[in-house]
Design a protein around this ligand. Sequence first.
Ligand code: PHB
Length: 477
Amino acid sequence: MISTASGLQQQHVLTQRNHHHLGAPAAVKPGFLARTRGGGAPGRGRAPNAAAAAAAVTSSPSSPPSVPGVPGNVPVVSAVEPLFRPLSLGPGLDLAHRLVLAPLTRCRAGPGDTPAPSAALYYGERAAAPGTLLISEASPISPQARGYPGTPGLWTAEQVEAWRPVVRAVKDAGSVFCAQLWHVGRASCDLYQPGGGPPVSASAIAIPPPWTLYGPGGEGPFPYPTPRPLAADEIDGIVQDFVTAAKNAVAAGFDMVEVHAANGYLLAQFLSDGSNARKGDAYSGASPASRARFLLRVVQAVADALGSAGRVGVRLSPFNEFLACVESRPLATYGHAVSELLKIRAEGDASGAALAYLHFVEPRIDATFEPRDTDLTLAPYTAMARAAGVAVITAGGWEPGPAAEAVASGDVDLVCVGREWIGSPDLPKRWALGLRGNKGDRAMYYSGGEEGYTTYACLSPEEEGAAIEAAVAARRG
Ligand code: PHB
């Protein structure tokens, strides 16, 4: 709908986005942006690729990396130099720097839940610094998986065809594109569900007010309905839907996929004891092991389907309470999930973790996706990933200086940026030159149409020239 949406629909969509963030009006927007802490030893990657990864790393302080996308030998400003060390996530997944485009819902999909043609320009201009990792907007794996207007899917041949030119634009720029695979579970309503029934979840526990949702045509706002608990054989079917969507992503040209198990969506609904009160089956609410089973099955099945190339990442949010999905003992539950995820080996490949990375939402990101002060930390999980040789991405409110420190410290490997990349397609170049991006117009984040999507400017030649001169002068000291 969105690219042809009426003004009224656009307004509805926008209202929705604000609304489902617990009501704080225009100052609040949904959720993805990114901020984080973390770091990451240069060259850290999957164990089997360690040699390749190490070979890819050039971190000699005497030869600072050059600015991404700028021809010639322009040095990266020293405060952010750690962000511009290369990293390999596996064969064919060579990254030139540590900034990752966060998965960002943009509500621009067209008829048949296909990505809008202009998504090629939107993603392509954000891929312009060669060796950038981009994670796609959350993409439903089936009709049942949908819960927001204008989200492009990965379950039909038509969708695969529509994704191809979008992916091609990223590949032509020399960058790496990861498709985020999504099932919203109870964060949906009859208007999205095939057959018009209730949405599905672990248990019949609704997302409570004041959370609300809008329908595919901007109808609403509605309270979230009480979901229908999935039967065990339906869970088998959804595992298969993830596999099909992963294969479709590869068929469309994506380099890798990310299983979305964060932010209160289906896999998080099974993980969390606040939303999983099942009894008497293998996915029951009784223990972290059974609550994590669905997620682990999905990741194993997707890893087996994609083979041994390490093309699977997983997104988790141990602390986030978005959509009222609350886990009372995050360390026990997510500690178990992370430890088991790290043990997954793709079929026929016993040599190392199947995961290309683990992607965490920072604990400072609250239920409205705004930063808060907190003592909570991802450290126990990132330490496990480090010990297993699996890369870590974190997301949530990162600024250049702290992001560079986090990477330099080795806590994380890659740092997501969201809002600031929406408003500045050439974000890596800006950060490398010591400049900042702009966060774009919030009113356009979910509005549909080109405005606020493909209308943001890159640095002008004059601005770039001045920044280069300043960077070179600063480097000379
Ligand atoms: C959203 O569309 O609001 C949304 C999607 C994916 C997330 C979080 C929020 O992980």
